[in-house]
Ligand binder design. Structure first.
Ligand code: UD1
Ligand code: CA
Length: 456
């Protein structure tokens, strides 16, 4: 069975943070997540992550999804893989992919095509390479008439070798059984006094085994981050890569300033995304919507012809033809049904808002089921929390809730109930009734004249 080892032992000192480098995020997801998910998409599910610096944080993130092994001392990439020998010995029959945990753009296609090349050539080891305009810092691929003869690190390379543009991506395929024996033969006899995984190539060749290089057409697979500036560059690159995918799918962007769309987001054709809009997680947006400006949508399902402007929507469902605009906050577990209109300083939490219902100004709806064609007046509050427990409010179809109504939960309003402005509803109201709770208005004529006489 094929499996993978991901090297994630590095601290990334130049990041200036108390966190392993592979946990830094690119477009909302740790770099390690990009690498693990590339393996999983390539149907490699037996994965061992080599952790080192703050290894417990790697375990915390993975939460049992992959095996992990600790590299207590950082003695080089070869030494890192040696720590995973017991994992390799669990099943020596197939091939092992080795990847860097801080090079997020390795992709499914490269993994699959390089494996095919590796198998066709019956290689013991296949290194995945690419040509770089600026190869500085990378291991250079030494090619001969017969194939490749090895990899030379920047620090060990001669002037002539440094001019080579084909570099080691840090990703390889090995025959698992051969990797185990090759690791035994690596020494630290080099400028950095490290055990280089790259030495497996020349060792394999010296033993008469096949070694090859699979050159990827996509040099981005090499991109990694050594400092925060590099990380910003990775984010910028990933951000535009995602936006370009949506452009190709018929999504409209007039200006991409401040637009961040995470990579799993799906958007339908004819939808327009306006500046300063962040769309995260597993969000799906339908066709012909206008999303933004200044909006955040996270883990939502949004239908067609929806408008979301200057608002935030989290973990909720928004059906077709809904408008949510002007500083609305839709909190998790809400369901906004077809044609509803929510606007101007409204907060909704864990509630259903029925078809064609309007909730337009300065309202809080929490833990409530609101029916169809309801009109919620300004200042209405569902009083869902008594300091101990949360309770639900049920508001029937076609109710008209007057301004500044308090609904003390649990409470149920039947069909087409009216509440007078300022009413506090403390008991259930039957269908078609009016709830009015008001003391008699007193008017004291001439009051101001008496009180403020000298100032008028
Ligand atoms: C390595 C390769 C180089 C290649 C480059 C691609 C070697 C000797 N060199 O260089 O040919 O062009 O990657 O990026 O392999 N790590 C550990 N433990 C260690 C050392 C490293 O877990 O003891 C991890 C790092 O966290 C990182 C990966 O291995 O994820 C690569 O290590 P890094 O130090 O960046 O390798 P380079 O020397 O840059
Ligand atoms: Ca590196």
């Amino acid at each position: 069975m094929n499996k993978a080892i991901i090297l994630a032992g590095g601290q990334g000192k130049r990041m200036k943070a108390d966190m392993p480098k592979p946990l830094f995020k690119v477009l909302g997801e740790p770099m390690l997540e990009w690498v693990v998910s590339a393996c999983e998409k390539s149907e490699i599910n037996d994965i061992c992550v080599v952790k080192g610096f703050r290894g417990e944080m790697i375990d915390g993130y993975l939460n049992g999804r992959c095996k992990t092994v600790l590299q207590a001392e950082r003695l080089g990439t070869g030494h890192a893989v040696m720590q995973a020998v017991p994992f390799l010995k669990e099943d020596e029959s197939g091939n092992t992919l080795v990847l860097n945990g801080d090079a997020p753009f390795i992709d499914e296609e490269t993994i699959k095509n390089s494996l095919a090349y590796h198998c066709e050539n019956n290689n013991s080891v296949t290194v995945i390479t690419a040509d770089l305009e600026n190869p500085y810092g990378y291991g250079r691929i030494i090619r001969t008439e017969k194939g490749i003869s090895g990899i030379v690190e920047q620090k060990d390379a001669s002037e002539e070798q440094r001019s080579i543009k084909e570099v080691n991506s840090g990703a390889y395929w090995f025959k698992t059984a051969d990797l185990i024996t090759l690791l035994d033969k690596i020494t630290n006899n080099n400028v950095q006094k490290e055990y280089y995984l790259t030495d497996t190539i020349s060792i394999a060749i010296s033993e008469g085994k096949n070694a090859g290089a699979y050159k990827s057409g996509n040099p981005d697979i090499i991109k990694g981050a050594n400092d925060r500036k590099d990380l910003l560059n990775l984010n910028t690159y990933a951000r535009m890569m995602v936006i370009e995918k949506h452009l190709a799918n018929g999504v409209e962007f007039t200006c991409t300033d401040g637009i961040i769309i995470e990579r799993d987001v799906e958007i339908g054709t004819g939808t327009e995304i306006l500046p300063s809009t962040i769309i995260r997680g597993k969000t799906r947006i339908g066709n012909n919507c206008i999303i933004g400006a200044n909006s955040v949508i996270e883990n939502c399902t949004v239908g067609d012809n929806v408008k979301i402007d200057s608002s935030q929507v989290y973990n909720s469902v928004v059906e077709n033809n809904v408008t949510i605009e002007h500083y609305v906050h839709i909190r998790p577990d809400s369901h906004i049904k077809t044609g509803a209109y929510i606007s101007d300083f409204v907060e909704i939490k864990n509630s259903v808002i029925g078809e064609k219902t309007a909730v337009s100004h300065l309202v809080y709806i929490g833990d409530s089921d609101v029916g169809k064609k309801v009109n919620i007046g300004a200042g209405t509050v569902t009083v869902n929390y008594d300091g101990i427990a949360k309770s639900r409010c049920i508001i029937g179809d076609k109710c008209f809730i007057g301004c500044n109504t308090n609904l003390i939960a649990p409470v149920k309003l039947g069909k087409a109930v009216y509440t007078a402005a300022g009413t506090t509803v403390t008991k259930d109201i039957p269908d078609y009734a009016l709830a009015i709770d008001r003391s008699t208005l007193k008017v004291k004529e001439g009051y101001t004249l008496r009180k403020l006489k000298s100032q008028l």
